[in-house]
Design a protein around this ligand. Structure first.
Ligand SMILES: NC(=O)c1ccc[n+]([C@@H]2O[C@H](COP(=O)([O-])OP(=O)(O)OC[C@H]3O[C@@H](n4cnc5c(N)ncnc54)[C@H](OP(=O)(O)O)[C@@H]3O)[C@@H](O)[C@H]2O)c1
Length: 318
C-alpha cells in the first residue's frame, strides 16, 4: 500500500510502498479516506517524544484518521464492514500510522462512528486537535465571561479551542505570529494580538488589566518562556502548556499551572463530532493535501507556519 514512511529517526519521510498492517481478533481494518497532520506525528517518528517507545520500520507516520471499515476481527462488536469511522490511534510498536491507505485499529481505542452528515475530511481533522481543545476547556474549568489567552492560537488546537471557548461565552484573546485577526475573529476571538508587531504584555494588560483568568500556551517549548507567559494570568488563575514545559520551580506561585496531556477516548470524539454537526464549531481545514504533498507540508509546519488543520486526502473519493 502507499504510505508516508521513514527508514529511521533521522530520515525524512517519503511516499513509499509498504506492507499492509497485520490485524488481530480485536481490530478493525479501515480503508483510510483522510488523515490529519499533527505535530505529534513527526515528534514521535523522529524520537523527539517517547524516545524509548519501540518503533516499527519503515515507520509509517500519522495518528488521526477517517475512513470505512472493510473487515472486523472475531472479537469486535461495535463495528461492522461499511461503517464510517474516525479516531486517533498509535500502534505498539509505533509506526503503523494513518498516513496510509490501510490502518488496523483496536475496537477499544479512541475510534467511533462518523455521524451523518459529517464528511470524512472534516471528521479526519477532529481527533487530536478537537479532543485536545475540548479536554483543555474541561481542565481549565472556566465560567462564561472569563478571559482566555491562547498563545499559538492559529494552529490546529488553537483553531478548535477558540471556537469551543467562544461558544461557551468565554472572551478569547488570541496571540498569533503574523496578522491573523480576520481569521481568528471569524473563529470567535474577541481580540487578536500579532506577536511579530505588538507588545504582547501591553496588549494583554490593555484587554485585561488584572490579568487573564486562563492561559493556554500551545507554542512555547521552553520552561522559561512559559513561566514568563504565566505572568499574564491573574492571581488564582490557571495556565496550561501542551508542550510539558511547566516547571514549578520558576513558575509564579500565585496561579495553578498544568502540563496538559490528552486522554483520548471514543466519548470525547463523539462530543467533538456532535459539536461539529450542530454547527457549534466548524472543522478548520485550511490545507487539503495529497500523499505526495505531505513531506513538504511537514517541513512547512515544523517551521511554525501551519494554520488551522492540514488533512491528507488519501482516497480522492472521500
Ligand atoms: N499534550 C498533548 O496532549 C498535546 C495534544 C495536542 C497537541 N499538543 C502540542 O501542542 C502544540 C500545538 O499543537 P497544534 O496541533 O495546534 O500545532 P500546530 O497546528 O502546528 O500549531 C502550533 C502553533 O504554534 C505556533 N508556533 C510558534 N512557533 C512555532 C514553531 N517553531 N513550531 C511550531 N509551531 C509554532 C504557531 O502559532 P502562531 O503562528 O499563532 O504563533 C502554530 O500555529 C504542539 O506542540 C503539539 O505537539 C500536545
Amino acid at each position: 500500500m502507499r504510505a508516508i514512511a521513514a527508514d529511521g529517526t533521522d530520515s525524512d519521510p517519503v511516499l513509499s510502498e509498504v506492507s499492509e498492517p497485520q490485524m488481530s481478533a480485536d481490530d478493525i481494518r479501515v480503508a483510510v479516506k483522510a488523515a490529519a497532520v499533527n505535530p505529534f506525528d513527526w515528534k514521535l517518528a523522529r524520537g523527539e517524544i517517547i524516545p524509548d517507545m519501540e518503533r516499527h520500520w519503515p515507520f509509517v507516520y500519522g495518528s488521526d484518521f477517517a475512513g470505512v471499515v472493510t473487515e472486523t476481527g472475531s472479537n469486535v462488536n461495535r463495528f461492522a464492514p461499511g461503517d464510517r469511522v474516525f479516531g486517533q490511534y498509535v500502534s505498539h510498536p509505533a509506526g503503523h500510522g494513518t498516513y496510509a491507505e490501510i490502518v488496523t485499529v483496536p475496537e477499544k481505542s479512541a475510534v467511533t462512528t462518523v455521524p451523518e452528515p459529517l464528511d470524512l475530511i472534516s471528521a479526519a481533522s477532529l481527533p487530536t486537535s478537537g479532543m485536545t481543545a475540548q479536554q483543555i476547556l474541561e481542565a481549565a474549568e472556566l465560567q462564561a465571561g472569563e478571559n482566555l489567552l491562547i498563545i499559538g492560537a492559529a494552529g490546529g488546537v488553537g483553531s478548535f479551542l477558540t471556537q469551543l471557548a467562544a461558544a461557551r461565552d468565554l472572551r478569547v484573546i488570541a496571540v498569533t505570529k503574523g496578522d491573523e485577526s480576520a481569521r481568528m475573529g471569524s473563529l470567535g476571538a474577541a481580540r487578536t494580538i500579532d506577536r511579530t508587531v505588538d507588545n504582547v504584555g501591553a496588549a494583554v494588560r490593555d484587554e485585561s488589566p488584572g490579568g487573564v483568568d486562563a492561559l493556554v500556551d500551545l507554542s512555547s517549548h521552553d520552561s522559561t518562556v512559559f513561566a514568563q507567559h504565566c505572568h499574564y494570568v491573574r492571581d488564582g488563575g490557571v495556565a496550561l502548556t501542551t508542550n510539558w514545559v511547566s516547571d514549578d520551580s520558576i513558575n509564579p506561585s500565585n496561579i495553578e499551572t498544568i502540563n496538559f496531556g490528552l486522554e483520548a477516548n471514543a466519548g470525547l470524539l463523539d462530543t467533538v463530532a456532535a459539536a461539529t454537526v450542530a454547527g457549534t464549531i466548524q472543522a478548520p481545514v485550511d490545507f487539503r493535501l495529497s500523499l505526495s504533498d505531505v513531506p513538504a507540508h511537514l517541513e512547512f509546519m515544523r517551521a511554525g507556519k501551519g494554520r488551522g488543520k492540514a488533512v491528507i486526502v488519501v482516497d480522492d473519493e472521500a
